[in-house]
Design a protein around this ligand. Structure first.
Ligand code: SAM
Length: 260
């Protein structure tokens, strides 16, 4: 059965997505592991290894959900700052960097805060910010690195979100997208499609008791612009040196661009 996502009017997408993530928030982390057999952790590890964290940086993780990417960035930032201090740099509360986790959905952020507490993550360099990626309450030109992982396809107006990322970044700042994309090999793609359309909604039904939301997730992946198209959109907004890298045969792609 279809979730009817295809028929949803443009204006209603935000409400639809809000409902989906409100419902999935408590089971979100378990489902991620289950659906991807844990591979999402490797994608995120790789993605964050490309952030290039440095002492004093301001990092903005958008559609940050329960903090998976932000916690990794924070760890990288703390490591970079420890190294800087060993090299003799003096850092205080003002000059230390910070990681801002932003999401439109307070239910996801709440799960994230809970996780940070139970994991004993020091939160003095972490900020939680509710906001829509299309127009974030973030000052122009204030961010060194902006990441959005598995979030952009949920935003109603993709181009507006890319343009807002450009606005938030400092000149020279880095924009990074991690998102499901187009599997390049035909045989692999048909296996993947079968898995997505048949197994994932069923897993959602059994584990999260919510088939509809997982049906939405699968359909949103199929509708999202593939590698080259997303690259062009980034260039269209003004990003320079735009490149992408396929992970797991294009199941996921990482796009990177810089503000001039
Ligand atoms: N980045 C996290 C990760 O990789 O685990 C969470 C990804 S989750 C699949 C997508 C997130 O996008 C949800 O937390 C949802 O609330 C958020 N989201 C959806 N629409 C949004 C929007 N317009 N602006 C900001 N966040 C949005």
């Amino acid at each position: 059965a279809s979730f009817g996502y295809e028929d949803v009017a443009y204006d209603d997408k935000e409400d639809l997505v809000r409902g989906v993530f409100e419902r999935v928030a408590p089971s979100y982390d378990v489902m991620n592991d289950l659906m991807s057999a844990g591979v999402h952790r490797l994608w995120k590890d790789y993605f964050v290894s490309r952030v290039g964290a440095f002492a004093g940086m301001t990092h903005l993780d958008v559609a940050g959900g329960t903090g998976d990417v932000a916690f990794r960035v924070l760890r990288a930032l703390q490591r970079a700052e420890r190294d800087a201090e060993l090299d003799g740099q003096v850092l205080d509360a003002k000059t230390r960097g910070k990681v801002i986790v932003s999401d439109i959905n307070p239910a996801m952020l709440r799960e994230g805060m809970k996780r940070a507490t139970t994991r004993g993550i020091a939160q003095n360099q972490l900020e939680w910010l509710e906001g829509n990626a299309e127009k974030l309450p973030v000052e122009d030109g204030s961010v060194d690195v902006y990441t959005i992982a598995f979030g952009l396809r949920n935003v109603t107006d993709t181009r507006a979100a890319i343009a807002d990322a450009y606005r938030c970044l400092k000149p020279g700042g880095k924009y990074m997208i991690l998102e499901f994309s187009r599997v390049e090999n035909d045989v692999l793609r048909s296996v993947y499609d079968f898995y997505s359309f048949n197994i994932i909604p069923k897993l959602g039904e059994i584990v999260a008791r919510d088939r509809g939301s997982y049906q939405y997730l699968v359909e949103s992946i199929r509708k999202f612009p593939p590698q080259e198209e997303l690259k062009s959109m980034m260039q269209g907004v003004g990003f320079r040196h735009v490149s992408y890298e396929n992970l797991t045969g294009g199941m996921v792609a990482m796009h990177v661009g810089y503000k001039d």
